[in-house]
Design a protein around this ligand. Sequence first.
Ligand code: FAD
Length: 148
Amino acid sequence: MQLVRLIYVSRMTEDCDMSGIQKILEVSRKKNRAQDITGVLCYDPAFFLQCLEGPRAAVNSLYASIVQDPRHRDVLLLGYCDAESREFAEWSMAFLATRDLDSQALAQYAGGGKLDPYALSAKQAHDLLAGIVAQERERLTAQAAEGA
Ligand code: FAD
């Protein structure tokens, strides 16, 4: 099986709100588990930043569907690569909201200014997600125990 990792950024539309995000997470976790997809979704009022990892055909097909979703727009693919192993193996879809994160931790990925995920390289986006997941591991593990 060819394992791949995909990272994209997008902006939430008026078709979505926090309860919409909860719905997305509910559906995503169920569908991702069935497709052997894992990952993380980071939400900020100004953007979604998501990493999907799993079998190539499943990730490609899910991304094709996500791009069409009217609950977000301006979808920009930041990175797509083969992966030797999973970075977010424990989560069918871990969820982090930037408002719950240490602002200093986020600032380090923004070069001291305001974080603009559209300006990140694939490696920077990956390192940001891996970094905040590592920091929030305890909370995310509890989230996973509740079904993430
Ligand atoms: P259905 O549920 O049958 O929906 C049909 C279409 O309607 C879909 O194309 C969907 O885009 C749209 N749609 C569904 N519900 C709503 C709604 N409440 N409001 C407006 N439009 C709607 N899905 C995953 O399985 N895994 C993920 O990791 C994942 N991550 C996502 C991240 C973001 C930021 C967004 C916006 C969506 C994400 N989704 C994810 C949802 C995905 O786009 C599909 O809606 C979902 O996979 C169900 O697809 P379906 O083909 O079964 O469509």
